[in-house]
Ligand binder design. Sequence first.
Ligand code: GCO
Length: 449
Amino acid sequence: MTLGFPDGFRWGTATAAYQIEGSTTADGRGPSIWDTFTARSGLATGDPACDHYRRYREDIGLLSELGIPYYRFSVAWSRIMPDGRTVEPRGLAFYDRLVDALLENGVTPMVTLYHWDLPEALQAEGGWPNRELADLFADYALTVHKVLSDRVQQWTTINEPFCAAFIGYGNGDHAPGIQDEGAALVAGHNLLLAHGKAAQALRSDGGEQEVSIVLNFAPVLTDVDDAAHREAARKFDFLHNRFFLDPLLGRGYPPELLADLAHLGTLEPAIADGDLEIIAQPLDVLGVNYYAPARAMPLEDPEADSNCPLPGLRGMDVQPPRGELTSLGWEQRPECFTELLLWLQEHCDGLPLVIAENGAAFEDEVVEGRVHDEKRVRYFADHLAAVHAAIERGADVRGYMAWSLLDNFEWAMGYTQRFGLVHVDFETQERVLKDSALFYADVVARNGL
Ligand code: GCO
């Protein structure tokens, strides 16, 4: 039986600048926080990644060979404004060429303006806890819009502010590697403010466009269904799934969440008059990233810190995943994806949804020129069926972007985790289509599973 998707469903793949481009000093690019963080921590860096800055035509050729009509990529702020402020025309010219090449190959570009690679010069001014970055981000957004908006209609401001704020400034596992949860909360607020100001700037520049933000969601599971477990799940759910969503929807931060975080003392003072109105710019679509659920349990001591990215979310702990895991140790639960989409449909009052990322890392090997990645094929089949089920039950899902086109630089995990539909040999830069690429191309061609 075929599971058919709605007519006009947008099928695509997604990537992010720092994860694929390499050439981190080419054409005047300035350092980003990921260059400095990886160098300082002795981690693998984004050079050469997939050398996409030089091989983008070959990569776009793969999209056209596979017949995948949409491509979500991000623009590196540090190429456009190496110091966060001054425009570098050679950086803009790269994305100009990229967009032309996509269109020449029949691929529709979808631009994400921020996928975590803040210019280091702005981190030197305090990074996201510095509210001034919201205005600087809007200037940057407008600069890119002026060059690309004659050819690009789909604009995402920020990708996963949860990670940028809480993993970057909370537990410090990501760049800029700061452990200051009070500052992390302010960073989260300022990222929302930056989104709102950028959305205003994009719309002020005119043209037909869809403006979105991309959030990562994790449905929260518990082992036991009692009041204490429900409260632990509620805490994590509100931090992970509603800190960013509710203000975007014009509802402000949930009061329970403000109470959970009150002892940190920084969030409410950071909310200036008028901020919540700026943040609540109308969204044309919401970008949804889903990989895995989370598991929560209560801690006996209600004053005890948690092991979540923001330890000050007290009295709860995130539990290890279980069941079938990906190589990153993430739990595979397609049924949670269906429930998430149905919940979003209701919670967001029918706002159209686009899956901006979904995918899985496994240990892939090239054997005689082929990559038989059955586990990834199954992951995609199961998760696409889950999206289909949500659509059948009324969710207005307009598209699906597989993460990722290419094996790439997986942040703090370096090159150890392969998420691509296309295998990349990071020594030779050779690309090999995996079985999952062929599977996905077939789904796209049939608009069904
Ligand atoms: C994201 C991340 C991606 C990751 C992917 C797998 O947007 O979630 O930004 O860049 O590579 O999520 O961890």
